[in-house]
Design a protein around this ligand. Structure first.
Ligand SMILES: [Zn+2]
Length: 115
C-alpha cells in the first residue's frame, strides 16, 4: 500500500487524538489530566459522544473513523472497502485517507441511510 497515504493517516490520527484529549479538558469533561491520559481512546470517544457538545461529537466521530482506518492498516486490510472488500479508489483515499468504503457502497449507503 501507498506509504504516503499511510503516513497521512497516521499524522491525522495523532492530530485528532491530541485535539480530542485537548477538547475534553477544555470542556471540563474531565478535570484530572493524568487520569485521562490513562484512558483508552474508545473510552474518550464514548465520553465525547455522550457529552452532547456538537464540536466534541463531530471530533469524536472523526477520531473513530480514523481509528478504524488505522486498525485496517494493522490488519493489512487498508484500502479495502469495509462492505464489499473491493479496493477503494486511490483518488478517494488521497482525498480522505480514512475513507472506509468504495464509491459504489458509499452511493448505496447514502441512498439507504441518507448519510
Ligand atoms: Zn464497496
Amino acid at each position: 500500500m501507498n506509504n504516503v497515504l499511510q503516513h497521512d493517516l497516521e499524522a491525522q490520527y495523532e492530530a485528532l487524538t491530541a485535539s480530542l484529549r485537548h477538547e475534553i479538558v477544555t470542556h471540563s469533561l474531565m478535570s484530572n489530566v493524568t487520569t485521562m491520559k490513562q484512558l483508552e481512546l474508545n473510552e474518550l470517544i464514548k465520553m465525547a459522544k455522550s457529552s452532547y457538545i456538537p464540536d466534541l461529537l463531530e471530533l469524536a466521530t472523526k477520531v473513530e473513523k480514523v481509528d478504524a482506518a488505522v486498525c485496517t492498516l494493522t490488519l493489512g486490510m487498508y484500502g479495502l472497502c469495509a462492505d464489499c472488500e473491493e479496493e477503494i479508489e486511490t483518488e478517494d483515499l488521497i482525498k480522505d485517507p480514512a475513507q472506509a468504503r468504495c464509491r459504489s457502497c458509499r452511493a448505496h449507503s447514502r441512498y439507504h441511510h441518507d448519510e
